[in-house]
Design a protein around this ligand. Structure first.
Ligand code: IDC
Length: 329
């Protein structure tokens, strides 16, 4: 489709003849990204949609991201984007800052080698107040932004799912963390979680209006929206549609199942969601490219102990649907 950053058929809109001539990976075609208006745009200023997958927590699925897995994501799934979910709690970054920073950088390199965009996710969840992790965020982002500043393909997500806090509190955190990134990497795209588990506030009785009324005053900033297709339906879709007319939105995480990460796999709701994201050119990453034993995982349990990651034989029902949607251009 024309919104794809990849050019697999001559009928697609070319981002720019010059860019197209330099290669065929998502990063070769689109180069350095920026935000223009309410869209994510490529180096030529053309709105694009990135489609991709999220890792599981790096501490929960340590065997799921060898080279063969990255090859499958890039060359079999034809994804544009890898989201690197680095939990801060639950045995994550706080237990070994240097070790988790190195794991993130290693995955950035694997994504870069394959021409994929890499989204570095500071995966706060519990506690939901990002201020709890402010010093850790400063340390982490100063380090990864410095190390990766010369790359064209790195995006930063500074707070996965704030919860139990106001948009004003999230904004105050973002105003402290964004300059830390900008000091190293002045024009990287930065994505900020929204109130109520990145629901634009819906999950906590609010809605998009509060963010629309009080946006961040930085260039190249986007706002995260998350959904789980079996749990979140028309009211969530309506709020995202409303927000996307005013704010640059990025679905940095979504599942095909319930918000627990398990339960019913809802193909119908997922397809309705992905049709909407395609129509609005909203980029997305699916939770998760992993073999954790839960219905959101794209890989069947045990897959990560083997060497085979490509093709459909290793996929769960969710994985089959998402792979097909990402490949369909
Ligand atoms: C879930 C994982 C699950 C893990 C749990 C730990 O699927 O295996 O045990 O985290 O916290 C989110 C979060 C994401 C959740 C996911 C499913 O961003 O961390 O992952 N979810 O519950 N928000 C809504 C759903």
């Amino acid at each position: 489709m024309s919104s794809s950053p990849r050019q697999s058929s001559p009928s697609q809109t070319s981002p720019s003849p010059k860019a197209a001539a330099t290669g065929s990976t998502p990063v070769e075609i689109n180069g350095k990204l920026r935000v223009c208006g309410t869209h994510l745009c490529n180096q030529s200023g053309q709105p694009i949609q990135l489609r991709g997958v999220s890792t599981h927590g790096l501490q929960f699925a340590p065997d799921c991201y060898p080279d063969a897995a990255l090859d499958a994501i890039a060359h079999d799934w034809h994804a544009d984007l890898l989201r690197i979910a680095m939990y801060v709690q639950e045995g994550g970054f706080e237990t070994d800052p240097a070790g988790f920073t190195a794991k993130v950088n290693s995955l950035v390199d694997k994504a870069s080698a394959r021409g994929l965009y890499a989204l570095i996710d500071f995966h706060i969840l519990n506690p939901g107040d990002p201020a709890f992790n402010l010093e850790r965020a400063r340390t982490f982002f100063a380090s990864v932004a410095k190390r990766n500043a010369a790359k064209r393909n790195v995006l930063y997500e500074i707070a996965n799912e704030p919860n139990g806090v106001s948009w004003a509190a999230i904004k105050a955190y973002a105003q402290k963390v964004i300059p830390v990134i900008r000091q190293q990497d002045p024009d990287a795209v930065v994505i900020v979680g929204t109130r109520g588990f990145s629901s634009l506030g819906i999950a906590e009785g609010s809605g998009a209006a509060e963010t629309i009324a009080d946006p961040l005053d930085f260039a190249d900033v986007m706002y995260a929206f998350h959904f789980y297709a079996a749990s979140h339906k028309d009211n969530y879709r309506a709020e995202l549609t409303k927000a996307a007319a005013r704010l640059p939105m990025f679905v940095t995480e979504f599942g095909t199942v319930t918000f627990t990460g398990g339960g019913t796999f809802d193909a119908e709701s997922t397809n309705t969601w992905l049709d909407l994201l395609d129509r609005l050119k909203i980029s997305y990453a699916n939770w998760t490219f992993s073999d954790i034993d839960e219905s959101s995982a794209a890989l069947r349990p045990g897959t990560c102990q083997g060497a085979q990651f490509a093709d459909t034989g290793v996929l769960s029902p969710s994985g089959k649907l998402i792979r097909a949607r990402i490949r369909a251009r």
